[in-house]
Design a protein around this ligand. Sequence first.
Ligand code: NAD
Ligand code: GLY
Length: 352
Amino acid sequence: MTRIHIAVSRPYDVCIGAGLLPQLGEELLKLRKACTVAVISDDTVLPLYGEAVCASLRESGFTPLTYAIPSGESAKNLTTYASVLTFLAENRLTRSDLVVALGGGVVGDLVGFAAATYLRGVDYAQIPTTLLSAVDSSVGGKTAVDLTVGKNLVGAFHQPILVWCDTDTLATLPPVTFRDGCAEVIKYGLLDDAEFFAYLRENRDTLDLTHVIARCVDMKRSLVVLDEFDRGLRQLLNLGHTFGHAIESVSDYSIPHGHCVAMGMAMICRAAAAMGAMSASDAAAVEEVLTLYGLPTHVPYSLEELSDAVLSDKKIRGHAVALVMPRAIGSCEIQMFAASALPRWLAAGGAV
Ligand code: NAD
Ligand code: GLY
């Protein structure tokens, strides 16, 4: 097992390894006295891993209760959030009890937000079961739900007390969901670690998932400890996301997030190469690795559609935009642009 300490305002460990679920109770007992634990998951993940989690908790003297929300992004809303709060209240959870989020990023974000707000904040642990949630959403304390007008518009920073990542759970992921996570993994290599990028390029069929997740979590750790509340450097994690979000929005969310990020990364690398900010060979290597992992690099939408989507993004309209600019594999920087300059960058990235 690999243990990574996240030294933020409320510090905690991220533990990664194969076969960890049966040891969850033992680990939580180091952090909390035996208490009631609300294990909140979704209706895909709870049948797969709920019993292993509950058995481990019972063995260590905890009293587990389970609740499943519907799976998928469409459930990440205020109605589901209220149903989780109601479940916690009906079962009389107190601030000495615990909440566990068992699932992907949707469960982690929504349950984390419920934990941040129920009784003005109760402790929770994350058990990520997708590659994306293991390398990204379970770490760093961002919690949220969506509104009909946009994603992640209501939320809070609330750090978990533990992230417990059993890599065996990734074996049941649908291939498309696994590939989604691969886009974020490749993002970390491009962002900060050329050696890791080369490892991904050379070892696709023999990836050591504990090593891969640990390397990504460690890179996220280094940004989160410097900028816990996302006011500056943490925005480097948005590499590929400005164009990726535009693609996601034009697709009406029919293309999975990681696939949009892959296209967004390929576009910003092509644009950086065209503008002389990155070498053409590095940009080509990024496209090559994305393709190797079954991810798309070319966008099925026009420059006009993408420009409209970029410029109508509520977060950036009319303002200067922080764009994460790749300079070389393993090296990126935040550059400020007028929002009106983005269509030019989209065109340089290959949008026609
Ligand atoms: P997800 O949670 O919807 O999971 C994808 C699908 O896989 C779901 O249908 C789920 O039921 C299923 N699934 C999960 N684990 C499984 C397993 N082990 N076996 C079989 N099926 C399994 O999606 P995701 O990609 O994990 O997360 C996306 C969400 O994460 C988005 O809402 C996004 O906004 C959020 N996010 C948050 C942060 C953050 O910092 N908080 C960062 C990145 C993304
Ligand atoms: N996924 C972006 C962040 O945690 O900041």
